[in-house]
Design a protein around this ligand. Structure first.
Ligand code: GLN
Length: 475
């Protein structure tokens, strides 16, 4: 499927096709392609066709069918969908059917979007390669022997494969941008609080975001537009008004000041570096003023992130106790044993590692040395960005130090896996909007994403840079 939100709308309003027909085709295609990538865990034909019919009825009645009318959308399996299995990529929730929808999902369906299925991901969104899913890894559609990135690997893969026009991911330390970069699609992490987290399974609550994947920048802007804005069900969702993101995409970024952080080029593989340097030259040709900037605390960000996220994860995952939700070990004699066995059987190795690390850094005697110190470092990382945005309108750099790696290449080395998040975790720690837009391929034909970051709630500047860049690089 090569359609966009706008092309589907035009076709529907011209009565060239119906939303039902599009949904039907999308489901058929997605089910046929899925064995190649394992990107979908569940399909939702009944829900999709009901939503599509509602769109067709509105069009027939001459009503506005909504900004996402008839668009096939896939949802990462950490985002709750009422009556539709939501596993979080975990054995713990293998048969879990949520009793309510996430706010993002409700807003998408109110806007005429058609949810066709749930996508595979690392267990509870912990990982950078999608190899931590209890339901098997996702393969990168661009190169099937490689990972799609993680943790939203399935959501990136379905857009790259063309089995969905849009998808939802979640990003805590890079889980939208890095898979977008690896699969050659666009992925957006909005400002923290811009999109309600109600119904997003909590991993690290102070860092978690929901955000879009798409093939074009404009489509991500359209999807964010629908999801953004205050939600009473999430006290951290922001009151700030939502601007018209699409109206600002005029392709003219002449005179914009773009910062290039020196620290984002330490440890960068040369094949990726070449693509990023060419992208910076393109921005210069578009009339941007390029300035070298410093983000001096970047080197401490991965350590800081893995202390904060594991601390929060150890607390958030405490609720999977065999009493609530679905899984319960049947072989236990006492209540204590039941808790222990349920958690032992239900969680995979990476979740257990994080629960142990998180419990350790929060324990008395270590709290000040690790957790409190990490919070201080987090403030310094945020300060780096605040100072940078006094000088520049946006920042660009790589998303990942290297392109998609081979399946199995890093599974035995958690530290190497964690270090691959070096350029993405800082944006989450600071809570600023950041995205990946396709920048070209390495000499081996692997996609490389350009990361664009902007100041809090300035998604408009971020989208404008990415859109102007996309327009020139695809023409
Ligand atoms: N790769 C990072 C981690 O494993 C980021 C995950 C995410 O953003 N959900 O924690």
């Amino acid at each position: 499927m090569k359609q966009t939100v706008d092309s589907i709308r035009t076709d529907l309003l011209a009565k060239k096709t119906s939303a039902e027909e599009i949904a039907h085709e999308a489901l058929k295609y997605a089910e046929a392609e899925n064995p190649k990538t394992n990107a979908y865990l569940t399909f939702s034909p009944e829900r999709a066709l009901a939503a599509a019919k509602a769109v067709d009825q509105k069009i027939a009645a001459g009503e506005d069918p909504g900004p996402l009318a008839g668009v096939p959308i896939a949802v990462k399996d950490v985002i709750l969908t009422r009556g539709l299995r939501t596993t979080c990529g975990s054995r713990m929730l293998e048969t879990y059917i949520p009793p309510y929808d996430a706010t993002a999902v409700i807003r998408i369906e109110q806007a005429g979007g058609v949810i066709i299925g749930k996508t595979n991901c690392d267990e509870f969104a912990m990982g950078s390669s999608n190899e931590n899913s209890a339901f098997g890894p996702v393969r990168n559609p661009v190169a099937l022997d490689r990972v799609p990135g993680g943790s939203s690997g399935g959501s990136a893969a379905v857009v790259a494969q063309g089995t969905a026009v849009l998808s939802l991911g979640s990003d805590t330390g890079g889980s939208i941008r890095q898979p977008a970069s690896f699969c050659g699609v666009t992925g957006v992490t909005p400002t923290y609080g811009r999109v309600s987290r109600y119904g997003l399974t909590a991993f690290a609550s102070s860092l978690d975001h929901i955000g879009p994947f798409s093939r074009t920048v404009r489509d991500s802007a359209r999807l964010l537009q629908v999801m953004a804005g205050r939600d009473e069900m999430d006290s951290t969702s922001a009151f700030a008004p939502v601007p018209d993101y699409v109206a600002a995409l005029d392709g003219n970024i002449k005179g914009m000041k773009i910062g290039i952080p020196k620290e984002f080029f330490d440890g960068l593989a040369s094949d990726t570096g070449g693509v990023i340097q060419a992208a910076i030259q393109t921005l210069q040709k578009l009339g941007c003023e390029i300035r070298e900037i410093r983000l001096p605390h970047t080197a401490y960000a991965v350590g800081c992130y893995y202390i904060i996220c594991t601390a929060e994860a150890s607390s958030n995952l405490a609720r999977y106790d065999g009493v609530r939700y679905t899984r319960r070990s049947e072989s236990a004699g006492t209540l204590q044993e039941m808790y222990r066995k349920t958690r032992d059987e239900g969680f995979g190795a990476e979740c257990k590692r994080r629960i142990m690390l998180g419990t350790y850094v929060l324990s008395s005697g270590y709290y000040d040395a690790y957790y409190l110190k990490a919070q201080k470092v987090r403030a310094l990382v945020a300060q780096d960005y605040a100072q940078a945005f006094e000088q520049v309108d946006a920042i660009v750099g790589p998303v990942s130090p290297f392109p998609a790696f081979k399946l199995g290449e890093k599974v035995d080395d958690p530290t190497a896996m964690y270090l691959s998040d070096i350029y993405t975790v800082t944006g989450d720690l600071a809570g600023i909007p950041c995205m990946s837009v396709p920048a070209g391929n390495t000499p081996d034909g692997l996609p490389v994403g350009l990361q664009v970051l902007a100041n809090h709630f300035n998604e408009t500047a971020m989208f404008r840079v990415a859109d102007a860049f996309e327009k020139i690089s695809t023409t």
